[in-house]
Design a protein around this ligand. Sequence first.
Ligand SMILES: Nc1nc2c(ncn2[C@@H]2O[C@H](COP(=O)(O)OP(=O)(O)O)[C@@H](O)[C@H]2O)c(=O)[nH]1
Ligand SMILES: [Mg+2]
Length: 192
Amino acid sequence: MHLKLILEKTAYTKDQLQAKQFPQIALAGRSNVGKSSLINRLAGQKKLAKTSSTPGKTRSINFYFSPGENFYLVDLPGYGYARCSQQEREKWARLIQDYLQENHDLKALILLLDSRIPPQPVDLDLARYAASLKVALLPVLTKADKCTQKQKNQALKRVKELLDGTRTPILFSARTGQGMDDLITAVQAMLK
Ligand SMILES: Nc1nc2c(ncn2[C@@H]2O[C@H](COP(=O)(O)OP(=O)(O)O)[C@@H](O)[C@H]2O)c(=O)[nH]1
Ligand SMILES: [Mg+2]
């Protein structure tokens, strides 16, 4: 199962964020967590979203339209890159806030977490912020192919404890496609 996705718009500032005619589901996570790889895997296209091993540069919000499901998958800029300046961090936080606040089209936020690393304070801040806005949260644990079964179980347990009250976390691998069908099913459910 794939999700056809078309990059429709890239926004860098608040005034480039307009209301859309269709519901939206946003994707967020620390840079390098595997967000672009997940989008490419979902779409079945290798180069739809740029992937890189040198993180930290994208500061835009990318709107991908799904003509099959009639919604936007919205790629938020990756955060928490260690070498980025305080000023850049603030810019990131502002753009994310501008996007999330009073966005009535937003149905859910998919929070990507590296399955090998415990959720970081910045992840928990974003989760709390989404909760304060009453936006549903779906945790997705990335790079599951790099984990042993024991690590996977630990990651699931940790996320359930830390992000209480969110949807059941999904273990995902862009490399093997693990979790693809679960993710698409969850997206369809959140759009209802
Ligand atoms: N083994 C493995 N590596 C992955 C996976 N997803 C992403 N990566 C690698 O992690 C790095 C960052 O991925 P990218 O998608 O650019 O992350 P982004 O910064 O969150 O968009 C790249 O080197 C990817 O090849 C995965 O599921 N499994
Ligand atoms: Mg990326």
